[in-house]
Ligand binder design. Structure first.
Ligand code: BGC
Length: 750
């Protein structure tokens, strides 16, 4: 069918199909039965532009539900919720006639400075992958495609169009591509959006290793690769590399170059056919999935947005069970901070959604606790550039109110000018006037709850010790304000967990010395040691660790069992709600690989599950760790390998609150590293066939060289670094060229 449709088009028509018709749609050929595909941002709500179009969220779009951006949704660690939000987004897409929603963004949060971290899930690839799978499956269940972005290694906004992310093979595979791999292989998004940046020198948009060798040949992807908006550098090179669709329209320039390249013989027409066929396939899928006349229930979706904001908020600190507040206690409550009245609820840039309605925490608190005991002071302003926000009179008014109140709910956070698509942050501090306000308020009142609104972590160590409670609300979407009120007053029990470590200071962060790079390159010098992998390896204290989040109840863990399951592992653990309130616990499973032949992080997240429990109730929680999760990427073999090891399993409530542990031996895969003339004696000795043969040859030399010292002594270690080919150059070593040829012949067949 598809093939027939391609053959019915001439070269110009096929080339035109591989470029957008406008900002958001592809070319249609009604006579050939090929319809247009309509795309829209994304990811946490529809930014459907009916008139003026742009890719930076500048022009107005139609109202749609603004769900919590990825930072908050991910902090729920709740795949069921991510799926339901995906379903709701699919329904809203249908209501706007949108066939592909441009999300989710699953890039790794390499540095808290990345201006776009609010749009990404985590510093961990396993968590990002799981949530991505759930989200994509949710939206695609509604006949609407996802666009997995930004492929790949788009971990900063500084020079995002040009910078080369220079990454060694292992971190590239194990950290930066791993979540993409999982979502591609388990959820098959209809489209994948390539990033603007270069990877090891080559633009993603024309990187055939990335777009063809890895994405298609290794991972088996057969959907459409679309450029990020304006990411195409050389259209012909891009098409050859596997970039099917250029977006937005280049007003005919791209298609003309493609057609000319075919005519001149520089480009094989079969490659144009291949991309055009994929586009035709996408158009057919879109048409089939399309449900004209779909409407959505804005109240229902608002309620879902509220649930997501509740589950994504993280109670960082709660000394002496200070929270929840009792709404009927008749306390004088000061609500301080402009963010309580003017919420910061989503990030800036192409993902900006016009919400269907917007809750603010101040109104919601008044709704719950009554008007009488609630007084408000702005404390600071949030509009305009941050420098303009300092207003000593506002601060004084707020401090006076705090001094006269029983409890202070202090709403602080980052203004939009601090974090956005298109630029990175310079530091991880709150605006200075807000930090000063926290100090001043805490100096006159001991009962201060700090409520944070920010898209990526801020330093809290400057003031966290001065207040009994901190609630991290992130950017909570359009219902974030009422969600926070629900949590503060115990209508809901906090259960979100950190998907990114909160460091004591910026200087402790893994990429600190390598961000954002210079001279067009950024070196990922921390290698595998991203996020918690770094804090663990360096045994660094942090403000709040990965996976951390408190509850108004408590949970006990017992009876961890780990068994083999299809070459992977299956964990069961009993969790009991030992407190007085119903609540949700996020159970996390970390795996260690002691004795590995390669460098490994201390421990890595390999599974998680959440469980709702009534007071006193217990449940058996099941976590499956598929075999693939045990694999590391072997750079020499250029393959994923599972090592034969006794792995350790740790289960707990955060990476630094591990309650139970156990071990399981996992059967490994044989791998013999190739050896040749360039390999060292050490590598040769490790070879099962070449090792014994070379040892026999070198025996007399080794004995003499050791001069009585035992095997493995420093003398031996000196020799291990010698290159095999070098042996013939030393007169005292009785090894000739013929011997080397013999050795090479011997290992050839092994
Ligand atoms: C962003 C993408 C977005 C696209 C379309 C780009 O600038 O990086 O995430 O989907 O614009 O608006």
């Amino acid at each position: 069918m598809t093939v027939n449709k391609v053959t019915s088009l001439n070269l110009e028509q096929k080339a035109a199909l591989t470029s957008g018709a406008g900002w958001w749609d592809t070319v249609a050929y009604p006579d050939a039965g090929i319809s247009a595909v309509v795309m829209s941002d994304g990811p946490h709500g529809l930014r459907f532009q009916e008139t003026d179009a742009d890719h930076l969220g500048l022009s107005v779009s139609a109202p749609a539900t603004c769900f919590p951006p990825a930072v908050a949704l991910a902090s729920s660690w709740d795949t069921g919720l991510a799926h339901r939000v995906g379903v709701a987004l699919g329904i809203e897409s249908q209501s706007f006639g949108v066939n592909v929603l441009l999300g989710p963004g699953i890039n790794i949060k390499r540095s808290p400075l990345c201006g776009r971290n609010f749009e990404y899930f985590s510093e961990d690839p396993m968590l990002s992958g799981e949530l991505g799978v759930a989200w994509v499956n949710g939206i695609q269940s509604q006949g609407v495609g996802a666009s997995l972005k930004h492929f790949a290694a788009n971990n900063q906004e500084s020079e995002r169009m040009t910078v080369s992310a220079d990454i060694a093979p292992r971190p590239l595979q194990e950290i930066y591509l791993r979540a993409f791999r999982r979502v591609i292989m388990e959820a098959t998004p209809w489209t994948v959006m390539c990033s603007y940046n270069r990877i090891n020198g080559l633009h993603a948009a024309q990187n055939s290793w990335l777009l063809t060798d890895v994405l298609r040949d290794e991972w088996g992807y057969d959907g459409v690769v679309v450029s990020d908006w304006g990411a195409v550098v050389d259209r012909v090179k891009g098409l050859s590399a596997g970039l099917d669709l250029e977006m937005p329209s280049s007003s005919g320039a791209g298609p003309a170059q493609v057609a000319a390249a075919v005519r001149s013989g520089a480009l094989d027409e079969a490659l144009v056919d291949r991309s055009a066929s994929r586009l035709i396939e996408l158009a057919a899928k879109s048409e089939l999935g399309s449900r004209p006349g779909t409407t959505f229930d804005a109240s229902e979706h608002h309620a879902l947005a509220r649930e997501a904001a509740i589950n994504g908020a993280v109670l960082l600190k709660n000394d002496g069970a200070f929270l929840p507040l009792d709404p009927s206690a008749g306390q004088k409550i000061a609500v301080i901070g402009e963010f309580a009245r003017t919420p910061r609820y989503q990030g800036a840039g192409s993902s900006t959604v016009v919400p269907t309605r917007l809750d603010n925490a101040l109104d919601a608190i008044r709704g719950l606790a009554g008007d009488a005991g609630i007084a408000f002071a702005a404390g600071f302003t949030v509009d305009g550039e941050p420098e303009a926000a300092v207003d000593p009179a506002l601060c004084e008014e707020a401090v006076a109110l705090a001094a006269a109140s029983d409890v202070v709910l202090l709403f602080v956070g980052l203004p939009a000018s601090f974090e956005s698509e298109g630029f990175d942050r310079q530091h991880i501090e709150l605006p200075q006037e807000q930090t000063e306000l926290i100090h001043a308020v805490a100096a006159v009142n001991n009962n201060v709850v700090v409520v944070l609104a920010n898209g990526s972590v801020v330093r809290v160590s400057a003031w966290a010790d001065n207040v009994p409670a901190i609630l991290e609300g992130w950017l909570g979407g359009q219902a974030g304000g009422s969600a926070i009120a629900d949590l503060l007053f115990g209508m809901a029990n906090p259960s979100g967990r950190l998907t990114e470590t909160i460091p004591l200071r910026l200087e402790d962060t893994p990429a600190y010395l390598n961000f954002p790079g210079e001279a067009g390159h950024v070196t990922y010098g921390e290698g595998l040691f991203v996020g918690y992998r770094h804090y663990d390896a360096r045994k660094l204290a942090v403000s709040f660790p990965f996976g951390h989040g408190l509850s108004y109840t408590s949970f006990e863990y017992s009876n961890l069992r780990v068994i083999d399951a299809d070459g992977g592992a299956q964990l069961t653990v009993t969790v009991r709600n030992s407190g007085a309130r119903a609540g949700r616990e996020v159970v996390q499973a970390y795996v260690k690989a002691p004795g590995s032949r390669v460098q490994r992080p201390e421990r890595e997240l390999k599974g998680f599950a959440s469980v709702h429990l009534q007071p006193g109730e217990s449940a058996e929680v099941l976590i499956t760790v598929p075999r693939g999760e045990f694999a590391y990427y072997d750079s020499a073999a250029a393959a994923w390998l599972v090592e034969e090891l006794e792995y350790s399993f740790e289960v707990g409530a955060s990476i630094r609150d591990l309650r139970l542990s156990s071990t399981l031996a996992i059967h490994g895969e044989d791998f013999v590293a190739m050896v040749d003339r360039e390999s060292t004696i050490g590598d040769w000795f490790s070879h099962p066939v070449g090792g014994p043969a070379l040892r026999r040859l070198l025996e007399p030399v080794l004995l003499a060289f050791r001069s009585g010292a035992p095997e493995g002594s420093s003398r031996d270690r000196m020799i291990m670094g010698t290159r095999l080919g070098q042996l013939v150059q030393f007169p005292m070593i009785p090894v000739a060229e013929d011997d080397l040829d013999g050795l090479l012949e011997l290992v050839k067949g092994s």
